[in-house]
Design a protein. Structure first.
Length: 93
């Protein structure tokens, strides 16, 4: 899924992330979709979330309740690539 808003960052979801989102409960799906809509047009997605440390340092994580959204920020293309969405106890494995 790729979406481009007139200004700000665009959003790209991998197939794995789309499957992850579909596997969540209805309430969590709605929360994550709402969050992704707000993230999409943002001027700087680094204002929210935190950078992951260690070997996955190019990745950012966003907290949406008990769900974590892992993204890779591509500054040259101004794209947020969602790579994984899962419950906080499972997402970092």
């Amino acid at each position: 899924m790729r979406s481009r808003n007139g200004s700000g960052w665009s959003l790209l979801m991998t197939r794995a992330a789309e499957k992850d989102l579909a596997s969540l409960g209805t309430v969590d799906q709605q929360r994550v979709r709402k969050f992704l809509r707000t993230l999409e047009g943002s001027a700087d997605p680094r204002q929210r979330g935190k950078a992951l440390s260690g070997t996955k340092s190019e990745f950012w994580r966003y907290r949406v309740g008990d769900v974590r959204v892992l993204c890779r920020l591509e500054f040259d293309q101004v794209v947020v690539v969602v790579v994984a969405i899962a419950h906080r106890r499972e997402v970092y494995r």
